[in-house]
Unconditional design. Structure first.
Ligand SMILES: NC(=O)c1ccc[n+]([C@@H]2O[C@H](COP(=O)([O-])OP(=O)(O)OC[C@H]3O[C@@H](n4cnc5c(N)ncnc54)[C@H](O)[C@@H]3O)[C@@H](O)[C@H]2O)c1
Length: 270
């Protein structure tokens, strides 16, 4: 079949991608570099980030930053790093995330709840706060302030767990549901100022995320989730989904704002 010839263009864009050393974040970084973006790739895992740099740096402008996004200063520092290194910031992809261990509320260790909520919800909120401030500052300096002026884009990485209750533990499910709220409030608050915010909701992907629950897996919670796993139509291809994120962050989708984008072969629809 003939190709549609559709090109994804992020030329001249500067993007921060969190959790870029592995899995989905790495696939997004690859798609962004192929589309011409300059990428600031952040991850807590220094050795994986180093490996990722070796693999992806031939594709384009890539700046690696080892950072733990759950720490207070990481968000302002990362935004500053993008501006210092590439002169501006256009796109933030809040991808970094950790899984819980399928604990329901009666079993959850509240310190572990705090850890999952901090990484999966508070950190994206903090990153968004400083990114939005930079989008607004840069837009005003450039004299571009209206709706559709492409001042900045945030893509949050949600999950089927942002739609469904029985697919993960209470901490992960709560964080991913709340991320939808963060997305929609951000979209509605800044749509008239040329800033967009969307959320992608992947189904199952082959990544390293399951390492988190190797120890301390809640058998009862896991068995409940297994029922939904049994009707999963299939795994989502990382590289193809990375391309969708790149397209959704490009100026060609300047109409896309507050969108909750399912990407799960129809799993959440069941
Ligand atoms: N794998 C799946 O089936 C699946 C499904 C739906 C959604 N997701 C979401 O996709 C996103 C990416 O996860 P993945 O599946 O690629 O997992 P992954 O474990 O392969 O990658 C996550 C990356 O985030 C990094 N990270 C974790 N905590 C961090 C922190 N505090 N600071 C900086 N970096 C940190 C990790 O080091 C890792 O490189 C997550 O938000 C996850 O919830 C995954």
């Amino acid at each position: 079949m003939a190709s549609t010839g559709m090109n994804i263009s992020l030329g001249s864009k500067v993007a921060i991608i969190t959790g870029a050393a592995s899995g989905f974040g790495k696939a997004i970084a690859k798609a962004f570099l192929h589309a011409g973006a300059k990428v600031v790739a952040c991850d807590i895992n220094a050795s994986m980030l180093e490996e990722c740099h070796k693999e992806l740096s031939p594709l384009g402008a890539l700046h690696m930053v080892v950072a733990d996004i759950s720490l207070h200063d990481s968000a302002p520092n990362l935004v500053k790093e993008a501006v210092d290194h590439y002169g501006k910031l256009d796109i933030l992809v809040n991808n970094a995330g950790i899984m819980d261990r399928f604990d329901p509320i009666g079993d959850i260790d509240i310190d572990f709840w705090d850890c999952v909520i901090t990484t999966n919800l508070t950190a994206p909120a903090r990153m968004s706060k400083y990114a939005v401030q930079e989008f607004l500052r840069h837009g005003e300096a450039a004299g571009t302030t209206a709706a559709g002026s492409n001042r900045g884009v945030i893509m949050n990485v949600g999950s089927i767990n942002g739609f469904r209750g029985g697919c993960g533990g209470v901490a992960y499910v709560s964080a991913k549901h709340a991320l939808v709220g963060l997305t929609r409030n951000t979209a509605s608050s800044y749509s008239s100022k040329g800033i967009r915010c969307n959320i992608i909701m992947p189904g199952a992907m082959k990544t390293n995320i399951r390492v988190a629950y190797k120890d301390g897996f809640n058998e009862e919670g896991g068995a409940i989730c297994q029922k939904l796993a049994e009707v999963n139509p299939g795994e989502v291809n990382l590289d193809r989904l990375g391309k969708l994120v790149a397209f959704a962050c490009s100026d060609d989708t300047d109409y896309l704002n507050g969108a909750i984008i399912s990407a799960d072969h129809g799993w959440q629809a069941i």
